[in-house]
Design a protein around this ligand. Structure first.
Ligand SMILES: NC(=O)c1ccc[n+]([C@@H]2O[C@H](COP(=O)([O-])OP(=O)(O)OC[C@H]3O[C@@H](n4cnc5c(N)ncnc54)[C@H](O)[C@@H]3O)[C@@H](O)[C@H]2O)c1
Ligand SMILES: [Zn+2]
Length: 359
């Protein structure tokens, strides 16, 4: 098991990474928090696979354990679910020193995390991410929240957990498409880092092997470092994590959040980013080709289908992180070296999206 220390202004906490460590949860929590009640939140898919083990581990360490299980899926990330969850906590008389454990993917983590942040102005939170995306991204960094009407993650806050436990063995039951989606975020970190992480990710991708502990840990360390530098997206450093996401989000929105999963859209966004980086920052053809080949090796989409460039560009304009002066992009000068806040003229932006549809 590897322990990564995450340090932020609001809280320092451990991220434990390993295979089969779900059963260590009770002990790990007991050494960090006095006993008390724990409410485990999960979705139906994950609960049927892992809830019993998690409950047993917590109970063995003396916690009073109960659980809340929701149906799976992004549609559950609503204020209605939050309110329902508050009702359960109220009835179970949860105190501030008690803990919510979020067992599942990013949906469970964001929803349960938001409840933990707001109920009684904050109760304990443990993230137990069970998707690749949540292990390398969503469970780290303290962003929690829910969707509001058409706005993804429009209601939320920053709330750091007490502990994160990422059990790599849980990825064995993850559907292949979900694994592929998480791999887009891994590629994001690999392009940001370059060097040995990029090589290690390429090695796994071309060999068709799952990402090992070293790769997952390197991604987490990268995110932890960025969040340390800019916990609340104030200084701008956290923006590097948006690599590939400006166009990725727009593709999701322009296709009604149905045709492409987040990771697939980010994969396309990363392809367009490599292209824009060639055009605007002189990223070499060899580096760009290397990035494109990695996305292909992981089975991420090669071209944008089912929507034209105009709706995608319109969606870029509506992005809550974009401004009206043409939108700021994170682009690569080299693999492992990025520029934030690159202004991309509208015609070049449109050209990159068109290129995605024509590949
Ligand atoms: N807070 C953040 O910083 C942050 C960052 C990125 C994404 N997110 C959010 O994360 C969400 C997406 O997360 P996700 O991709 O993990 O999706 P998800 O939580 O919907 O999980 C994907 C699917 O896999 C199933 N599943 C989860 N773990 C499993 C396992 N081990 N075995 C079998 N099935 C399993 C789930 O039931 C679900 O059907 C989005 O809502 C996004 O906004 C948040
Ligand atoms: Zn993402």
């Amino acid at each position: 098991m590897k322990r990564i220390r995450a340090r932020t202004r609001s809280r320092d906490y451990d991220v434990l990474v390993g295979s089969g460590i779900l059963d260590d949860l009770g002990e790990a929590l007991l050494s960090r928090r006095e006993g008390g009640s724990v409410v485990v939140c999960s979705d139906e898919n994950v609960a049927s696979l892992y809830l019993d083990r998690v409950r047993a581990s917590l109970a063995d360490s003396g916690f009073a354990v109960s659980s809340v299980v929701f149906p799976a899926g992004e549609r559950q990330k609503t204020l209605e679910r939050v309110q329902e969850f508050y009702g359960v906590l109220y009835e179970r008389r949860l105190h501030r020193r008690d803990t919510i454990v979020a067992l599942g993917g990013g949906v469970v983590g964001d929803l349960a995390g938001f409840v933990a942040a707001s109920y009684l102005r904050g109760v304990g939170l443990v993230q137990v991410p069970t998707t690749l995306l949540a292990q390398v991204d969503a469970a780290i960094g303290g962003k929690v929240g829910v969707d509001f009407r058409d706005g993804k993650n429009y209601v939320g806050t920053f709330y750091q957990p007490t502990l994160v436990i990422a059990d790599l063995a849980t990825l064995a039951t993850l559907p292949e498409r979900e694994l592929r989606c998480g791999s887009a975020e891994v590629v994001k970190y690999a392009l940001l880092a370059g060097g040995s992480l990029l090589t290690a990710v390429e090695y796994c991708a071309t060999g068709g092997e799952p990402f090992d502990e070293a790769v997952v840990c390197a991604c987490i360390e990268r995110k932890v470092a960025v969040v340390h530098a800019d916990e609340r997206e104030e200084s701008g450093e956290r923006a590097v994590l948006n690599l590939g996401h400006t166009i990725g989000h727009a593709i999701e929105a322009a296709t009604g959040f149905s045709r492409y999963a987040h990771g697939e859209a980010v994969g396309l966004g990363l392809r367009a980013t490599l292209r824009l980086s060639q055009q605007l920052l002189g990223l070499s053809d060899a580096d760009a080709d290397r990035g494109q080949a990695l996305l292909t090796a992981l089975g991420l989409p090669e071209r944008l289908e089912g929507v034209g460039s105009a709706p995608v560009c319109a969606a870029i304009g509506r992005d809550k992180k974009a401004d009206r002066a043409g939108g700021a992009y994170v682009l690569l000068e080299r693999l492992g070296s990025v520029h934030r806040d690159v202004r991309v003229p509208h015609d070049i932006e449109r050209g990159a999206v068109e290129w995605l549809t024509e590949r």
